[in-house]
Design a protein around this ligand. Structure first.
Ligand code: ZN
Length: 222
């Protein structure tokens, strides 16, 4: 059976990628990261999602936090949604480069054919490492920098959500029975989602667009 590594954060997009990879016939190997997040809730969600998909293994990599982001430094507050074109302080420096590099090493070890990453460049916070230009550039790194790549059996970086709106992602995921009730998106990580951070606002907008009710609880809905 063909194998794929799936970057699994415990959020909505990565959970959709799990469902897509499974639907495409891959044996899925999720990989998650503990990188000094301000809360552990997302990792707990990732574990529940992995369990729900009955995976053979769920790799969790522990990295030392570099700080420099509201998501990894408790002294920086998570801002409320602004919707401008600035890269917000929730950007985690080089996060997807680091995550994909680990996923790539793991994929080579497993003999996997693909890596799934749930980035989107439509309803997103303007993070540079979520854009098609980045994914294309990283694919070149894979092709030129791995044994699999130079032997002509490169590993494909798949980003099936990159051109989808949040609403389209949710419709796709619901169709594939992605377990959204187990996911979290809030940057604050309290028991109920805040409803006011970038991630909550984008998620809520997506469910509204899709005409589906979100099954997780919010403190406040703007
Ligand atoms: Zn929130």
């Amino acid at each position: 059976m063909k194998k794929a590594v799936v970057l699994l954060s415990g959020g909505l997009d990565s959970t959709t990628c799990m469902a897509i990879a499974k639907d495409e016939g891959y044996e899925i190997y999720p990989i998650s990261f503990e990188y000094g997040q301000r809360h552990n809730r997302e990792l707990e969600c990732a574990k529940k999602v992995a369990k729900k998909f009955n995976v053979r293994a769920h790799k969790i990599i522990r990295l030392e936090s570099l700080g420099g982001s509201a998501l990894t430094d408790m002294n920086i507050d998570v801002p409320k949604y602004k919707g401008d074109n600035e890269i917000p302080i929730t950007y985690v420096p080089a996060r997807n480069i680091l995550f994909l590099s680990y996923a790539l090493g793991y994929a080579e070890v497993l003999g996997a054919e693909a890596i799934f990453i749930g980035v989107s460049a439509v309803d997103y916070s303007g993070y540079p490492d979520c854009r098609p230009e980045f994914i294309g550039a990283f694919q070149k790194v894979v092709d030129e920098g791995t044994a699999a790549g130079v032997k002509g059996k490169s590993i494909e970086i798949k980003s099936p959500l990159i051109h989808l709106t949040k609403g389209e992602t949710i419709e796709l995921g619901i169709g594939l029975r992605a377990p959204y009730e187990l996911t979290t998106s809030c940057y604050n990580g309290e028991e109920k989602a805040c409803g006011e951070c970038d991630s909550c606002v984008l998620r809520l907008k997506g469910f509204e667009e899709a005409g589906i009710k979100d099954s997780i609880e919010y403190k406040k809905i703007l």
